[in-house]
Design a binder for this molecule. Sequence first.
Ligand SMILES: [Zn+2]
Length: 299
Amino acid sequence: MPELPEVETIRRQLAPHLQGRRIREAQILDPRWTRPEPPEAVAGGLRGRTVLEVGRSGKYLVWRLEGGPHLLVHLRMTGALLFDPPVDPPHTRVRFLLDGRHRLLYNDPRRFGTGHLVDSGAAARAYLDARLGVEPLTSEFTAARLRELARGRRAPVKSFILDQRRIAGVGNIYADEALHRARIHPLRPAGSLRPAQYDDLREAIDHALASGIDAKGATIDDFRHVDGARGSFQDRFAVHQREGLECPVCGTPIVKLVVGGRGTYVCERCQPRPRGLRRPAARAGDRPGPRQAAPESRR
Ligand SMILES: [Zn+2]
């Protein structure tokens, strides 16, 4: 799933192509993209408008259009925006026909992505503020703010940093990488960190996201650049999707846990388990399974 660095990569690549261009026509082929708005209403609102600016807020791309409307695009699981592809990919959901005979296609195999058109900058801000917390890599993202957001929270710190209404833009990859860098176990209750650890966590989240942007995102499934190329941050993962491989810091094999329903990768030497959770969660309450029959006893 595209996270902040992947969406920021798209924004940086898209902005020079889109800014100053007019949308001749938006062909919305999948009505799910604009739900609950009818696609004709959104297509009508886009027709003939020039894109003035392509911004980003959390994982949303924010297109500021001539005359005031804003289009808020979320790629969700598998959405991609492709500029002037040679052929239409098989899961094209929206075709933006631009002036200069350019085309921007929105492709999305799983169809969870959305396009939401609002009529003003204030409406866009209200929509985003209702859904997104503090934005990393800005001056508002401080250790004090993190500590305040986490105060009293018993939920695992990993679930806390994945909550878009608290911190915008962090997903599963960057949460795992940031917690490893900050040497914090993902099961630690969010409100239980020592004061210095909120500093470490703030620094580690910004560092992971900035490294991801520097590598033009991570492609572990469908993420593609606007020209179809792949990101390279997956080559720099310290822990994410590296179960059984050595921690690059201490050499301990990385283990996979499930935290808040998400596959979570951790070095339990660098990131010590919180007190009271000493035993691996996956083994707690396990009973020995039925012994496997020896091959010769099968006949
Ligand atoms: Zn380690």
